[in-house]
Design a protein around this ligand. Structure first.
Ligand code: IPM
Ligand code: MG
Length: 366
């Protein structure tokens, strides 16, 4: 019997309760296929600061290194907001995890089912068929990690801070490769987003993407867009995009915009894939919902668990090569939320149910 060995880092806020649902769904789905799950839980984020004095303890890193994938909840919350920025859970847990495991490829599907178009702030006429696009964000380079990164006092009494945006051609090529693979499974269109009218890194980005596509995937339709225009176009007509390919910070901003346009953060999953492969010959990766810890509703059985469940499905797809099983979970989520069973944060008038009840409904629809 095949064993799926993965690390579970529920984190803070709604993390643990939505993780519980995702694990229950995974368990039931795996059981029906004769697969054995071996989830191992560890602390990360605020809870790890409280228990171990570090947002990303060595034991947690070691556990992740022994696993084939990481299923991640969310980290952070008001309790840790007064810590110095560098020690806050988001920066001290998530960013080092990404860097440590070279999780350079962040895949965020922007999906709004046609039945739920009312959940989007966009006018229905603009998205009659719902929304379906994917944002491919470079995750371990650019201004997030470039050196120097520092704050210093100047001789004249002023104070300055510096972040460095830097990209190598090879970093752009490997994320372009992921965008190509994604586009090939969709409509064969990539829109590369940059700021090549201002930034040197963007000039290199645009040239590299152009050359790479010409050499490796000439059948794919490639367009380029400045990031300010892309932000506007996403709000105007999101379905003009198939695959958006962009660098770290632009992807951070555009993927949040994509999330809100798609109606509910509680529905959006993500995968962050690494360079290496796991024991199954698939990519090692970290899978997390796009939303945060939602401290205002944490512990109240109100959170929408769908993004966590869909992230678990992405884990089956990318780190374990179990596409049919991932498809089944995605179909069960879709069936559940489009049949009127929705949690409060995407309910808009339909009868709304709690986190656990939502999980039970998804399992029933598997
Ligand atoms: C995201 C988040 C993170 C990021 C934060 C929490 C560091 O906003 O995953 O989009 O900026 O990458
Ligand atoms: Mg973000």
């Amino acid at each position: 019997m095949d064993t799926l060995k993965f690390a579970v880092l529920p984190g803070d806020g709604i993390g643990p309760e939505v993780m519980e649902v995702a694990l229950a769904v995974l368990e039931r789905a795996a059981e029906s296929e004769g697969l054995r799950l071996e989830p191992s839980e560890a602390d990360a984020g605020g809870i790890a600061i409280d228990r171990h004095g570090s947002a990303l303890p060595q034991e947690t890193l070691d556990l992740c290194a022994r696993s084939d994938a990481i299923l991640f909840g969310s980290v952070g919350g008001p309790k840790w907001e007064n810590l110095p920025p560098k020690e806050q859970p988001e920066r001290a847990a998530l960013l080092p995890l990404r860097k440590h495991f070279s999780l350079f490829a962040n895949i965020r599907p922007g999906l709004l089912y046609p039945e739920l178009v009312d959940a989007s702030p966009l006018k229905k006429e603009r998205i009659p068929e719902g929304i379906d696009l994917v944002c491919i964000r470079e995750l371990t380079g650019g201004i997030y990690f470039g050196q120097p990164k520092a704050t210093r006092d100047l001789p004249d009494g002023d104070r300055e801070a510096i972040d460095t945006m830097v990209y190598r051609r090879s970093e752009v090529e490997r994320i372009t490769e992921v965008a190509i693979a994604t586009a090939r499974g969709r409509k064969n269109r990539i829109c590369s987003v940059d700021k090549a009218n201002v930034l040197e890194t963007s000039v290199l980005w645009r040239q590299t993407v152009t050359d790479y596509l010409a050499a490796k995937a000439p059948e794919i339709e490639l367009s380029h867009m400045y990031v300010d225009n892309a932000a506007m176009q996403l709000a105007r007509d999101p379905n003009q995009f198939d695959v958006i390919l962009t660098e770290n910070m632009f992807g951070d901003i555009l993927s949040d915009e994509m999330a809100v346009v798609c109606g509910s953060l509680g529905m959006l999953s993500s995968a962050s894939l690494g360079t290496g492969s796991n024991r199954h010959g698939h990519r090692f990766g970290l899978y997390e919902p796009a939303g945060g810890t939602a401290p205002d509703i944490a512990g109240r059985n109100l959170a929408n668990p769908c993004a966590q469940v869909l992230s678990a499905a992405m884990m089956l797809r990318f780190s374990f090569g179990l596409d049919p099983l991932a498809d089944r979970i995605e179909a069960a989520v879709r069936k559940t939320v489009t049949s009127g069973t929705r949690t409060g944060d995407i309910a808009f008038g339909a009868q709304s149910v709690g986190t656990r009840e939502m999980g039970e409904a998804i399992i029933k629809n598997l």
